[in-house]
Structure formats: C-alpha cells, structure tokens
Design a protein around this ligand. Sequence first.
Ligand code: ADP
Length: 475
Amino acid sequence: MRAALAVASECAPLVKTGGLADVVGALPAALAPEGWQLRVLLPGYRQVLSALGPAPAVMAQADLFGGPGRVLAGQAGGLDLLVLEAPHLFDRAGTPYLDLSGHDWPDNPERFAALSWMAARIATEGVGGWRPEVLHLHDWQAGLTPVYLRARGNGVATVLTIHNIAFHGLAPADRLWRLRLPPEGFTPEGFEYYGHISALKAGLVFSTRLSTVSPTYARELMTPEYGMGLDGVIRSRARDLVGILNGIDTAVWDPAADSLASPYRSPAGKAANRARLLAEFGLGPGEGPVCIVVARLSGQKGLDLLLQAVPALTDRGGRLALLGSGDRALENAWLRAAEGADRIAVRIGYDEALAHRMFAGADAVLVPSRFEPCGLTQLYGLRYGAIPVVALTGGLADTVIAANDAALKAGVATGLQVWPLTVEALAAALVRLCELHADRHAWARMQRNAMRHPVGWAASAPAYARLYEGAVAAA
Ligand code: ADP
C-alpha cells in the first residue's frame, strides 16, 4: 500500500459542519482498493479526543503557537487517525470555527497553522516509521502546509482540494511572524492577498496539484463570478487543476437498510415514509409533492429566493419541510413563513437522523444554491428517490439530468434544473414539479432513473488515485 496523509479540519463521523467532513471521512475507505492507505490528521477537538480514547503520542512540539502540542495515533469511527492534541487551541466549546455566540475564533489562523505545521513535520520526519508520499490538503485550514514544507526543504507531493472557495482563511499581515511564515512569501505571487495573509492562496500557489469537487465548479472557479477574487490564481494553475465529483457513503445512505431513518421503512415503503414525515413535521396529508430542504442556512444556498418562490409549491398542494441552521435572519424568516402556514414546516437545528428520515419520506429535495462546489443533498435525493430540484451550477449541474422534453422522452431524466436562478424561474420549476408529480407514470420513471444514478465513489476513487500518482511524479 502507498501512504497518504489527509489534513483536514473536520471528518465524519467524528466532527462535521458540512460536506467537507463527509468527503474526508469517506476517502480512506474509497481509496484503499486503489492501493492507497490514507491516514487523517485532525485537530484534537473535545469530541475527537473522546472518540479516540487513550492513544500513544507519536510526535511532540513544546511550543505550538502558544502552548504544547502532541500528535496522538489511533483509530476511531473506522478511520486511521493522527490527532493533534493542543488544548490551548482546540479544547473549547463551540464549533470547529465558531465560539458559542457564532463568531470566528480570533485565533483561527494560529489554530489551523498549527495543524499545517504538524502536517509538514509528519511528512518530513515520519511518525512511528510511517511517512506519507502525498499530503492531501483540504481547504484553507490545511493551506499553509506547502509553505512550511518548503521552509524545511521538503519536496513531498501535495494535493489541495478546494471544497469551497468562499473561505479564504485570511489573517492580518502583522501575524506573519506569529504564524512562522517566511516574509519573502508575502508577495502577490505568494500568499499575500490584498495586504492580508491568505492560507487558501498559499495552498493554491504552492501545492503540487489542485482539485475541486466537480468538473463544472473547476471551470467556474476560473471566472470572476465564482472565483471570489482567486480566479486569476486558479487560471494560472489551470493545467494542474482537476474536478472530481464527490461520492456519498452508500452504506450510510442506503435506502434499503438505513438504520438512522428507523422507524421509517425502506424505499419500497416510500408512501408510508412520506406519511410519517408529514406527521412528524405536523403537515397535513394530501396529494402534492412533499419537498424537503436540508442545508446550512447561508446566502450560498439560495433559500431566501426559495422563501419568495415557495407559494408556487404550496398553492398547488405541495408541502415543504425544512431542516437547517445558520444565519439568524434567515432562520427567523423561515420560522415566520412556517407560522400559521399549514404546508410549510421548519426545524432549526442540526439533526443527522432527522435528515435521513426526511430523504426516506420526501418526494423531492430542493437545492437552489447560488453556487455549489458539489453538493451532497441532491445525491442523497437521487439515491432515495427524492427528485432533486437544483440550480444549474457546480456539482448540481454535473449530477442531475434535467427533465426537459428530450430527456423525458428518452426516459433518462432524474430531476429539475433552474436557470437562471431567479425567484420567477424557481417558482416555474416548482410549478413544473407539481405537474410532473401529478403524472404518476412520468414520476415513477424519473424516480427509478434517479435511484439508479451512480452516486458512490466507484468513478471518483480511481480519479483521486491518479491525482495522487500524478502529484508524486511531478513533485
Ligand atoms: P455544504 O458543505 O456547503 O454545507 P453539502 O451539500 O456539500 O453542503 O453538504 C452538507 C452536508 O451537511 C450534507 O451531508 C447534509 O445532509 C448535512 N447537513 C446540512 N445541514 C444539516 C442539518 N441541519 N441537519 C443535518 N444534516 C445537515
């Protein structure tokens, strides 16, 4: 087996705020059959340390950005882990990125610089006789790693995967010294970004290879509309960038045997699941499509547009169950919309099991994102026969076959696409959804197509293996 180290700020099932965690958690099992043994380096958040249990320290650093740090080696959640225990950085209540009042931890640059610093040490010195050939860096939290590697004169291969270009990992310029960064790298050709240090840009400039999580997002990233100020940098590395679609864990998201969806039944029992879902959300029975949304409530997800378009669904007998949390104003707007509306129900919070029950019972899942690097919920929808209604962007465009006349006639449609993403176009798609749902034959066919669509790692795991091999050859 060849050895690779993933470096990430979250990893399912141990710590998750979004799709990044699912991908980091799924890749080790997906890549093992390709001949790659993947260990994951994670910050020692409380829940990660308690899942790990007693574990030997394999590396220590007396002063890791303001306190001592140790790398512990062990297993948890079916994963081979290296966990960076550094209480001054990670032993706190809150999310990986936010304090209890929802603000970024002020020392986030140091917290994830520490992770990157130790990744560079592991690649250089090895731990317990094990040394990775490739470092797989995920998002800005691992972005400084190749800078630290260079400072050590280490040319090990690095692959940076962009899960979301919206998060740059910026730090003020006066932290250069504290972050132990070489001042000569603080230039427009290096990790300087409009007078700030950008951890993401560091990764984009200095990693051997780049990837992102869908072919369409790879193209979009090179445009000013989607590149969020880094499109020029990405264009300059176009030859080294590849888009590889995320898969989902088809054992965890298995409609035929979903223990998390219990007591809901298998998809053969869609009608029963649907009735349970309506009851669980306090929505009345009826004929129209039962739609769900499971998402972070952020501007990215386009749920403000959905809020305006939703009467097109509810006026035609459709219902909407939404599960999400995030932006307070958006949470309140949706809670207000649900108040007194008998066809809209909203749960604010994060609830994995409820998400599973929702996919098991839904007719359709709505994903009207303004941008979406890959998106996972449309993939769950496909697998569970919950027809995705998606914006035509990023991975959403790559994974859903739109129910236009030609696709319906050919019998290959799996969902609906909205373009351009406006309230009007979204409303029109919801009307179309209601019409299609009323056509039992067309709907059943679309559901069968959706459930047959490949959503696992079969195609993407070999693509990652080739990416690693290319990086090793180029490093
Ligand atoms: P992003 O990474 O931008 O949040 P993705 O669609 O790639 O979007 O991944 C989101 C993941 O988080 C999915 O696994 C989704 O089911 C899950 N998720 C998001 N919000 C919630 C929630 N409130 N409760 C349960 N799961 C959620």
